[in-house]
Design a protein around this ligand. Structure first.
Ligand SMILES: Cc1cc2nc3c(=O)[nH]c(=O)nc-3n(C[C@H](O)[C@H](O)[C@H](O)COP(=O)(O)OP(=O)(O)OC[C@H]3O[C@@H](n4cnc5c(N)ncnc54)[C@H](O)[C@@H]3O)c2cc1C
Length: 314
């Protein structure tokens, strides 16, 4: 048997369900989309590829997190074989609470999931990305957070998706001890590095914030998104947190990844080392990044990058 019976999928936004359902279809005979929040959100998920939509509705004054108790209670009763969760901060918390109430634990940031001989397996990175661990689910439900890399590379479902009916789950007592007072929008930079086909990543080789203009010009010339290493986003704060790549940031699988003034530490490179082509520019010929690069330019980025831009514009 190469499939299990029922797989639930859980995402933070309606858009995340299509790829979740596509992964779930490979694993289970029945796919059910679990939605936290409003009836509108559940309606938006109806055509995403699930056989049914289960709504854990949010009451007035409650937090979305409060709906997780409803999902955990429903999972105990309906016994899905697996719950696949699209990784976001909020969904990490939800997955942990569902797993805790099922007396199991979460597989984090899975890079691969499959069924063999009726058993679910998941692979994820360990030791800062220098090794993979493969885990087998020995009880149900298996609660698995799917990494961006897996979801973004999942081919869409073929054919028309079924129009799933929405069923509201019986509300469980949340008892979170928190009450929602107000919500207000915050300004975040909208960047989807994981979806970019070309990415230029800039590291501490860059000396001043203004010099990022040169990197932006280069990225524009090759139609790439700009990302960075963690010290650039969280040390000097020259770029937003959404732009840093690596084990604690964005995980990418672009066609081309250009590392500029990046040493190539595993914690960064693990976010990009599945790129089809890696190009490195570094003035230190012994920089570890060259061990992972398909093409390397040993040189000062302040000389190399302007020459590349000039050449590309010529
Ligand atoms: C638990 C943990 C998690 C982490 N997670 C992440 C993560 O998700 N993402 C991440 O990026 N980091 C992460 N880090 C940090 C990571 O270990 C490295 O410290 C970081 O990636 C190094 O950034 P860098 O390459 O920009 O800087 P450096 O290591 O300082 O390298 C700078 C490079 O620039 C080169 N250079 C300098 N001047 C020039 C020049 N003019 N021209 C060309 N080259 C030049 C130097 O030769 C050097 O190789 C994590 C660390 C820990 C401990």
């Amino acid at each position: 048997m190469s499939r299990v019976n029922t797989v639930w999928v859980l995402g933070e936004t309606p858009e995340s369900y299509a790829s979740l359902c596509s992964v779930a279809r490979r694993l289970g005979d029945t796919v059910e989309a679990v939605v936290l929040g409003s009836a509108d959100a559940a309606q938006a998920v109806k055509g995403a590829g699930a056989d049914a939509v289960l709504l854990a509705a949010k009451r007035d004054g409650a937090l979305v997190e409060d709906c997780v108790a409803t999902v955990a209670a429903a999972a105990a009763e309906r016994k899905p074989d697996a719950i696949l969760v699209a990784t976001t901060k909020r969904m990490r918390l939800a997955a942990a609470r569902i797993a805790a109430s099922a007396h199991t634990r979460v597989v984090n940031d899975a890079t691969r999931v499959w069924v063999d001989d009726g058993c679910l397996f998941a692979e994820h990175m360990v030791f800062g990305g220098s090794a993979y661990s493969i885990e087998k689910a020995t009880s149900a439900p298996a609660v698995i957070l799917l990494g961006d890399g897996l979801l973004l590379n999942e081919p869409p479902l073929e054919g028309d998706a079924p129009e799933a009916a929405v069923t509201e789950l019986p509300a469980a007592d949340a008892a979170s001890g928190l009450k929602l007072i107000e919500t207000k929008p915050r300004t975040v930079e909208s960047v989807n590095l994981a979806a970019a086909r070309r990415v230029v990543s800039v590291g501490r080789g860059i000396e001043n914030e203004e010099d990022l203009q040169m990197i932006n010009e280069f990225a524009q010339a090759i139609e790439a998104e700009v990302g960075c290493t963690r010290p650039i986003a969280e040390g000097v704060n020259w770029m937003s947190r959404e732009r840093y790549i690596g084990v604690s940031g964005a995980m990418l699988k672009p066609d081309v990844f250009v590392a500029v003034g990046v040493s190539g530490q595993i914690q960064h490179m693990v976010g990009a080392n599945t790129a089809k082509t890696i190009i490195a520019i570094n003035k230190d010929k012994n920089a570890p990044v060259f061990k992972q690069a398909d093409y390397g330019i040993v040189g000062d980025l302040y000389e190399v990058v302007p020459k590349l831009v000039a050449g590309l514009k010529a």
